[in-house]
Design a protein around this ligand. Sequence first.
Ligand SMILES: [Zn+2]
Length: 99
Amino acid sequence: MSAETHAAARETGQSRCWCCGRDRSEDDLVHLATHPEVGICINCVQFLRRRARDHQASVIRQRLRGAAESIRGEVIARGWHQRPVIGPALRWVNRHLPW
Ligand SMILES: [Zn+2]
């Protein structure tokens, strides 16, 4: 939907969510700070918050996985995985990592 359509809708007292496209009352919309013409309904704000949280969790998982891979590389490069106590402990940790 274009900005003109949204502006026209607002002039008639009708507002439309820029996310789901449903007609909403102006009170049910949250507006972006630097783009006040863009209104998003509460349902979509909550939906976007969930998506942001999932995205953030996925980024953190990727970073942890990257760190684990890096540590694993260091351990293998130093031959620590072949030591009597450290080796089995590292293999146990490796099996129980969540990825
Ligand atoms: Zn919406």
